[in-house]
Every structure is written in C-alpha cells, then in structure tokens.
Write a protein that binds this ligand. Structure first.
Ligand code: ITT
Ligand code: NA
Length: 177
C-alpha cells in the first residue's frame, strides 16, 4: 500500500489510474516551504509526510509556468488558483502574443529507509479561454495538441501530462527497486 499524501482528489484519481500499486489518499497538510523549486518543496514534504504516516508515502508538488509571465504562477499556482482564479489568469495571458506555458510536477517518495527520491515530469502547451469540465485546477485553460486537459479523460491526460510522466518514471523505479 502506497499513501499519496495530498488534499487534491484530482491528483489521486490520476495516480490510481496510472500506478499498479494500491494507492490511498492520506490528507495531511505538510509544510510547503517557500521555494522557487518544486523539487525542494516536494522532498521536504515527503520527509515530513513519512514521519506523520509511518509507511511509504509520496507527494506531488506541481504548478503551471506561463512563459509570457516569466514562469508565474509556478510554485505559487495553488495560492493563485484560490485567490485570482483561473479565469483571471487567462485574462492576464490573453493580450500577450506568446501563450506558451508548461505544467511541471515533481513526485517525491519516502519510505524512511533511504534518501527521498524525486521524479519530474513536464508538458508544454498553450493558455486558452476555458474549455471542458474534466480534470481539476488549471486544466480548462491549458491546451495540448488541440484539446484542453479538461477535455481529456484521465487516461488521455496521463499519457501526455507532467504528472503522468513523473508517475511513470516513479513507477519504473518503484517496480524494479
Ligand atoms: P496538495 O499540495 O495537497 O497535493 P495542491 O492542489 O495544493 O494539493 P500543489 O501545492 O502542488 O497542490 O499546487 C499545484 C497547483 O497547480 C494547484 O493549483 C493545482 O490545481 C495546479 N495543478 C497541478 N497539476 C495540475 C493539473 O494536472 N491540472 C491542473 N492544474 C494543476
Ligand atoms: Na498544496
């Protein structure tokens, strides 16, 4: 049994659809340090979550990096989603010539026996007016290959997404460790 320590049910659905191992959500609010680096945030979080749960855990720290906004909201994506909201992020990007953006995710695993392991995934796309009602978070305004992530089912999104790639790399390591 692997505990995915997160308050985000959308992340859990994607991990369950991709990983062979049994994944259960453990909703514990670990400290998210103020850092420009997703990897540092995730690694610290995984250590703290392991101390809380006492069994193998992983966490996911992720964010949307908009090119025309110099990578904003990046590590502050959750805060910006909850305050400004995705519709206004779209409005910020709309007048820009460059709508390019990337989602990044870092999955960090800790089982107490070894150093924390981290696995990263990245996907590029375009910021568009909101479309679709699947997924979560910024999915309606992130278009990849003609569809927003909110227009894809979890399998299609996992096949190309930042989290799908990070989880894929994690699973390869986990299965052969
Ligand atoms: P936990 O920290 O409890 O896991 P969270 O949603 O706060 O949940 P983060 O701190 O990693 O997660 O913040 C990630 C932000 O980026 C948050 O606003 C998400 O909605 C957004 N995000 C990450 N991956 C996404 C995805 O696949 N699709 C849409 N938005 C995503
Ligand atoms: Na969070």
């Amino acid at each position: 049994m692997l505990h995915f320590v997160t308050g985000n049910a959308g992340k859990v659905r994607e991990a369950q659809s991709l990983l062979d191992a049994d994944v259960s959500q453990f909703d514990f609010d670990y400290t998210e340090i103020q850092s420009p680096e997703l990897e540092a945030i995730a690694a610290r979080g995984a250590r703290e979550a392991y101390r809380e749960v006492g069994e193998p855990v992983f966490v996911d720290d992720s964010g949307l990096f908009v090119d025309a906004l110099d990578g904003f909201p990046g590590p502050y994506s959750a805060y910006v989603e909850g305050t400004v909201g995705i519709e206004r992020v779209w409005r910020l990007v709309e007048p820009e010539d460059d709508h390019g953006a990337a989602f990044r995710a870092v999955v960090a695993y800790c089982d107490g026996t070894d150093e924390v392991r981290t696995f990263e995934g990245r996907v590029t796309g375009e910021i568009v007016a909101p479309r679709g009602d699947g997924g979560f978070g910024y999915d309606p305004i992130f278009e990849h290959d003609g569809r927003t992530f909110a227009e894809m089912d979890p399998e299609a999104k996992n096949a190309v997404s930042h989290r799908g790639r990070a989880l894929e790399t994690f699973a390869e390591w986990y299965d052969t460790r």
